[in-house]
Design a protein around this ligand. Structure first.
Ligand SMILES: [Zn+2]
Length: 75
């Protein structure tokens, strides 16, 4: 599991968003489950990752880190 230093490193490496999600191990079981196959799990409808966050299966702070990186706020 990537710690926050690891997450910053991922951001620095410029990993494409669709690969970034799979760097979060707890996201992996849900990655094929979203309504859209190109889902970035930020504000898409029918997103399985966001559902898992709502259900408290995925840690909200981890999800927030992911969103920050995907949206470029941590570069
Ligand atoms: Zn999604």
């Amino acid at each position: 599991m990537a710690d926050s230093a690891g997450i910053r490193a991922l951001a620095a490496w410029n990993i494409p968003p669709e690969e970034l999600a799979s760097c979060f191990v707890e996201f992996r079981p849900y990655l094929g489950e979203c309504l859209y196959s190109n889902c970035l799990h930020v504000d898409e409808e029918g997103c399985a990752i966001r559902q898992a966050v709502d259900d408290d299966v995925i840690n909200n702070r981890r999800y927030t880190s992911y969103v920050r990186i995907v949206s470029g706020e941590e570069r």
